[in-house]
Write a protein that binds this ligand. Structure first.
Ligand SMILES: Cc1cc2nc3c(=O)[nH]c(=O)nc-3n(C[C@H](O)[C@H](O)[C@H](O)COP(=O)(O)OP(=O)(O)OC[C@H]3O[C@@H](n4cnc5c(N)ncnc54)[C@H](O)[C@@H]3O)c2cc1C
Length: 376
């Protein structure tokens, strides 16, 4: 599409920031509208597979991401009660060469800071909460709760699981509470001194699991996130504070290595885990969705952020290649929906990396090398 196209991105999350950075690198004019007044440091980590490193490389951010986060030595799967090692996927130089990039764990706020650093100054318009979106024949009209209005030639809805842009395409529907809550905690490693902790471990129980990992290679701060069944929450429940007692109650027969970590947890927060029923209507006319706005998955494969970043690569490539928004979005959907569908299915199964298996299709994927020739 012509480089003079005015592109509006709704939402400055992982998806919106990544696509804005890539489109600006291609020479497009992009404005990102974010409802928040500013960014704040959310206490949580994120796991990013090697496919995302290829996108960060394109933005000139791969080195910064590796320096700021940690490249774990392995992803280890252990049984919650016996502690038995079920799988160990080693991330050494050979794995990095095989996958074409590193596997990185990082603090979400650090990832945000990196992505923002790739944008031209003034790109993000904070305090712009989208209220209304109206397609016209040659543009889309946007109206925000702060009274501001804007027109765009293309609107990218990157506004997360409760997307307003999504409603314009798919109609209203609430997110689905999956019957599990997430317990999260970030705390100093010193609180668990003497407790063995590998760089990145997933502890598997029958109907619950827990991830523990470091977010920097100083290894002085631990992040744990558990997914635990609960009938007491719903999709509208607001996040609550918790304590180490909540973790300990959720894993009453925890192996001593895990119990030691749970006893040390601090700054505990609890939130309902939601996803959405799959709906593959991702675009209409000049409006397109990406990230959680169109494919919110349960976080059991640790892949929602990676999928948002991959979306950004394919969407920016399709916009540059095609003459019209409709053609670009059809190409983007054709490339993304099958892969995202696999991730949605595996996330529901909650089977990823539990046992040894093929991982190259996921980590080895290169969103810039993937052919855009649908006939090929
Ligand atoms: C507990 C948990 C753990 C997870 N762990 C991992 C992991 O390890 N690895 C991984 O890859 N993924 C993980 N995920 C998934 C990942 O966090 C999401 O898939 C990812 O954040 C989606 O990014 P996004 O940019 O699409 O949406 P969001 O991050 O939700 O960003 C949306 C943005 O849009 C803004 N916005 C919303 N509505 C409006 C509006 N009307 N107007 C303007 N702005 C608006 C929001 O303020 C926000 O900034 C996890 C998710 C959860 C819940």
């Amino acid at each position: 599409m012509d480089k003079s196209a005015r592109i509006a991105v709704i939402g400055a999350g992982i998806a919106g920031l990544t696509v804005a950075g890539l489109l600006q690198k291609q020479g497009y004019r992009v404005a990102v509208y974010e409802q928040a007044e500013s960014f704040w440091r959310i206490g949580a980590g994120i796991i990013l597979g090697a496919s995302t490193a290829k996108v960060m490389r394109r933005l000139g951010l791969e080195e910064g991401m590796v320096r700021t986060g940690i490249c774990p030595d392995a992803f280890v799967s252990r049984d919650v009660e016996t502690g038995a090692v079920l799988n160990e996927l080693v991330f050494d130089e050979a794995a990095e060469a095989r996958f074409g990039g590193p596997f990185v764990n990082i603090h979400r706020a650090d990832l945000h800071t990196l992505l923002v650093s790739a944008l031209a100054p003034g790109t993000i318009r904070f305090s712009h909460h989208l209220a209304d979106i109206r397609p016209a024949s040659d543009h889309v009209a946007l109206r925000f709760h702060n009274g501001h209005a804007a027109d765009a030639d293309i609107v990218i809805g990157a506004d997360g699981i409760r997307s307003v842009v999504r409603e314009a395409i798919q109609g209203p529907a609430t997110p689905r509470y999956i019957g599990k809550i997430a317990l999260r905690a970030v705390f100093p490693r010193a609180r668990a001194a003497g407790v063995p902790m590998r760089d990145c471990t997933k502890w598997w129980g029958d109907d619950r699991h827990l991830l523990s990992y470091f977010m920097t290679d100083r290894r002085d701060e631990c992040y744990v996130m558990a997914a635990v069944p609960s009938d007491d929450w719903n999709a509208e429940s607001v996040p609550a504070e918790g304590s180490s007692d909540d973790f300990l109650a959720a894993f009453p027969n925890a192996h001593p290595d895990l119990k030691g970590l749970l006893e040390a947890t601090d700054n505990v927060s609890i939130l309902p885990i939601c996803d959405r029923v799959r709906n593959d209507a991702w675009s209409e006319g000049r409006i397109v969705l990406m990230g959680d706005a169109c494919h919110a998955v349960r976080p059991f494969m640790a892949a929602g952020g990676s999928m948002a970043i991959e979306d950004a690569a394919l969407l920016s490539r399709a916009i540059e290649l095609c003459d019209t928004p409709e053609a670009a979005f059809a190409l983007y959907e054709a490339k993304r929906i099958p892969r995202v569908g696999d991730v949605q299915r595996i996330s529901v199964e909650n089977s990823w990396l539990k046992l040894p298996g093929d991982t190259a299709w996921f980590f080895g994927y290169d969103p810039f090398a993937d052919s855009l020739d649908l006939a090929a």
